[in-house]
Design a protein around this ligand. Structure first.
Ligand code: AMP
Ligand code: ZN
Length: 460
């Protein structure tokens, strides 16, 4: 079975063959940790998780690197404005370092709740400043760099292939955006910062010495430096959200290929937006939804994971509470059906569904088609053991906890609060109160199970 992936570089589906099979070098742009990530961001991470899990199921050995952007991402795409980390620090009265740690931890907790596999390497930009400085020096030696009053810039006119990832629409969008926020000293609107100087008298918390003066790296250089540090000059796949095409990824290509003279990533894969009220869900618009908001409304993070499987990753997906409710119902029906399957798992007879499932994944990660195979298998007249074997295999990619009874433990916020109150009562040794709370939980349709990881409420 040939794995075909859509490559944003060629704007076509291509047969995928890694440089050094079965290994697959994979770089995925990570979060900027100045705030919580919203469910739109998680759509992209869920797509990347499906990619990693599918590669594994199809016999590859992915080696995934993800960065944490904890410096240098400015409030405007055009290298103007403030550093988002410093904005977060001012907003919350903490240091930029504390902000970075807090939101990195929050991000990693959300990833676990969504059953996202941990990357093989998770690297912070601030831990790799020297590699970034070395890359800028290399670009400087090759004549790609010029200096203006606020920093060092990449001269995009010196890189003949500049913008090969972009479409004409992207370039027009950049030009009209640049009229609003252009830095008059830049030679061309597409030129971008490699190293920015700390403004005189500024109270920046994150700054480093460099051959050009005290300052901090540009956002794009961090991804190039860390991708090459961990995966080499040329590697297999680079991923991110579709908004990264015209600026961040275009600039990563220019500075990496400018420095090495070799191709950077061979495949570029981008997921489309999660929309809310017909617009991209974004932190800047204020109206964004966090994973904890879903939990507060009685959804499990895995209901959202299921929801992301209802659209192909290259199609926009609307977020509404009604459609999420539909995904919650579907996932629970699927789980109830999986749990009700009788018999020992048996590979016999499930080969047809297994290969149809893999075919759907091999067709550019077509999750709606893969989910249709799952439902077909459940409705089929295969013996229970065969269905179980197939679903267990599919779970390697779905990761919807289909065989876990206790997934309801986070689903009902009222019950979750009662569990905490019961725990408190037990710690105070107020056992009559703990018993009363247990009865209340049971009246809500759950039974309480005490385990070494604490108490769980299991739907009866
Ligand atoms: P950020 O924390 O802003 O750097 O974004 C983290 C990741 O989420 C990037 O890969 C973005 O492209 C992606 N992203 C941002 N907004 C959305 C959205 N509304 N839908 C899907 N992905 C998004
Ligand atoms: Zn990046």
């Amino acid at each position: 079975m040939v794995l075909r992936l859509y490559n944003s570089l060629s704007r076509a589906k291509e047969d995928f063959a890694p440089l050094c099979a079965p290994q697959v070098g994979l770089y995925t742009c990570g979060p900027t940790v100045y705030n919580y990530q919203h469910v739109g961001n998680y759509r992209t991470y869920i797509f990347e998780d499906v990619l990693v899990r599918s590669l594994k199921l199809l016999g590859y050995a992915p080696n995934r690197v993800m960065n944490i952007t904890d410096v240098g991402h400015l409030t405007s795409q055009g290298d103007e404005g403030e550093d988002k980390m410093e904005v977060g620090a001012a907003r919350e009265g903490k240091t930029a370092w504390e902000i970075a740690q807090f939101y990195t931890d929050a991000f990693l907790a959300d990833c676990r709740a969504l059953n996202l596999l941990a990357p093989d390497t998770l690297c912070r930009a601030t831990d790799h400043i020297q590699e970034q400085i070395a890359l800028v020096r290399c670009l400087e030696a090759k004549g790609f760099v010029y200096k203006i009053s606020d920093g060092l810039y990449f001269d995009t006119a010196k890189f003949p292939d500049y913008g090969k990832l972009m479409t004409r629409g992207h370039l027009e969008g950049l030009k009209s955006g640049a009229r609003v926020e252009a830095n008059a000293e830049k030679k061309h609107i597409t030129d971008f910062a490699l190293w920015k100087f700390s403004p005189a008298g500024s109270k920046r918390q994150m700054e480093w010495n460099s051959p050009w003066g005290k300052g901090f790296p540009g956002w794009h250089i961090e991804c190039s430096a860390m991708a090459m540090r961990f995966l080499g000059e040329t590697f297999d796949i680079h991923c991110g959200g579709i908004d990264h095409v015209p600026v961040h990824h275009t600039n990563e290509i220019a500075q990496s290929e400018g420095a090495t003279g070799r191709p950077f990533a061979r495949f570029w894969m981008h997921s489309e937006f999660l929309l809310m009220n017909q617009a991209k869900m974004a932190k800047s618009s204020g109206g964004f939804i966090k994973l904890s908001d879903l939990k507060d409304k009685g959804f499990s993070p895995l209901d959202y994971r299921y929801h992301c499987f209802t659209a192909h990753y290259r199609k926009q997906l609307d977020f509404t509470w009604e459609t999420l409710e539909g995904s919650k119902t579907s996932r629970r029906r699927l789980r109830d059906a999986a749990l009700a399957l009788a018999g020992e798992p048996s590979q016999l007879n499930c080969a047809e569904y297994s290969s149809r499932f893999k075919e759907a994944l091999s067709d550019d990660l077509n999750m709606p088609a893969a989910m249709a195979v799952v439902w077909d298998a459940l409705k089929s007249d295969l013996p229970g053991g065969a269905k179980k074997a197939f679903l267990e295999e599919a779970e390697a990619v779905l990761a919807l906890d289909l065989f876990k009874k206790d997934i309801e433990k986070t689903a009902d916020p009222k019950v979750a609060k009662l569990l905490v109150a019961r725990d408190d009562a037990r710690k105070r040794k107020d056992f009559p109160q703990a018993d009363r709370i247990r009865q209340e939980i049971e009246a809500a349709g759950y039974s309480v199970e005490d385990g070494k990881d604490g108490a769980k409420a299991i739907k009866k």
